[in-house]
Design a protein. Structure first.
Length: 373
């Protein structure tokens, strides 16, 4: 099975913390969607497997008209073998969600919505420079559910300066009150060359507090566990049966094709990434050339990527998988190098799986790095 990711590089506003590739200039939007469909045509042989997930991300895909979304999905279904039960996700911002849009998305084949809520508090949204209001955050979820979109996920951000424990718990409780089956929660990070990084550097904003973030993460884990959610990846929580099939395919090392500026692709042997420049992407596509760079992965790189992604999941690193796909010697080396973390309780060995404990989830990247070859 495989997945397709479509990067739609336009936003209404620039959030202060975001470093994704996007533009607030929408002049090239119509041409961009046509170019993305042309790229799909050129690269239709990249995937030989059946496609089980399609994900429209960005940027803000909900800015695109319903007709463009339907045409794009129809094109992908014509070019690729798409499973009839494929998960087809659209990222949407609350201010773009209306009755008409929801009906158009449903007709286009969208069966899962990922809504960028981030917070249900007005002060937080203004601090982040989000385009929507707290009232829109509440109203859009109710409207989506009324129109039959029950397979919902929302994004929430914690660890922002001024976000109290009480308000963070209130955000979580609001999500639970709506019976949302999937929640993605991210600690605020200060990415280079973002507005937030510049504000912090010039004392225009408070820096992040790691202790506060750790406390928010603990509150999150405890409350969602009590509500019956699986903490199936460090930043992702789902009720049984509602995991993100698309994102899970990344963590499981399945092949995927990325379409659009800055999109990445993986075929099991190497990676490709498109140029992160809208004008240059369009100019190249006008000549029928997909502007990408690529890297053929070594066996060591493949192993390290497996360690990094698998360790983030609740299933963890399979020692059996390493032995079967690399060597028994590497399997034993990783067991040996995991012993210090097993000794501290940050890492657990369960049925030949190396799994992070709740305490270990704060140290996932460091533990993975210790196991890299």
């Amino acid at each position: 099975m495989a997945g397709i990711y479509v990067h739609i590089p336009f936003c209404r506003k620039a959030c202060h913390y975001c470093n994704f590739h996007f533009s607030t200039n929408h002049r090239l939007m119509a041409g961009m969607m046509q170019a993305i469909r042309e790229e799909a045509t050129i690269r239709k042989h990249y995937l030989t497997e059946k496609v089980e997930t399609i994900y429209l991300g960005g940027g803000t895909p909900s800015l695109i008209t319903g007709d463009e979304i339907r045409t794009t999905i129809d094109t992908l279904k014509e070019l690729f073998i798409v499973d009839p039960g494929a998960e087809i996700t659209l990222e949407a911002n609350p201010d773009d969600i209306s009755e008409g849009q929801l009906e158009a998305w449903d007709e286009a084949g969208i069966n899962r919505l990922s809504i960028g809520i981030q917070s249900f508090f007005e002060a937080d949204l203004q601090w982040m420079n989000r385009a929507h209001s707290a009232s829109q955050a509440l109203a859009c979820i109710e409207l989506a559910q009324q129109k039959g979109f029950y397979n919902l996920t929302i994004d929430l951000i914690y660890g922002t300066p001024g976000l109290t424990d009480a308000n963070w718990l209130s955000n979580i409780e609001t999500a639970l009150a709506f019976n949302i089956p999937h929640v993605s929660c991210y600690a605020l990070t200060v990415e280079p060359r973002t507005a937030l990084a510049k504000r912090i550097a010039h004392q225009g904003a408070a820096d992040i507090d790691p202790e506060m973030q750790a406390n928010h993460f603990n509150l999150l884990i405890g409350r969602l566990k009590k509500a019956g959610f699986e903490h199936y990846e460090i930043s992702n929580f789902a009720l049984p049966g509602f995991r993100s099939r698309h994102n899970s395919s990344y963590w499981q090392g399945k092949p995927y094709l990325g379409l659009g500026p800055s999109a990445h692709s993986y075929n099991g042997k190497g990676r490709q990434w498109n140029i992160a420049n809208n004008s240059l992407y369009l100019k190249s596509m006008e000549q029928g050339i997909v502007p990408f760079e690529e890297e053929i992965l070594t066996e060591t790189q493949k192993l390290n990527e497996y360690i990094m992604t698998a360790l983030r999941t609740m299933e963890g690193i399979s020692l059996k998988h390493i032995g079967e796909n690399w060597s028994n010697q590497l399997q034993q080396e990783i067991v040996t190098e995991s012993k210090p973390h097993l000794g501290t309780g940050k890492l657990l060995l369960v049925n030949e799986q190396l799994v992070l404990s709740e305490a270990g989830r704060f140290f996932a990247d460091g533990i993975a790095a210790d196991l890299f070859r």
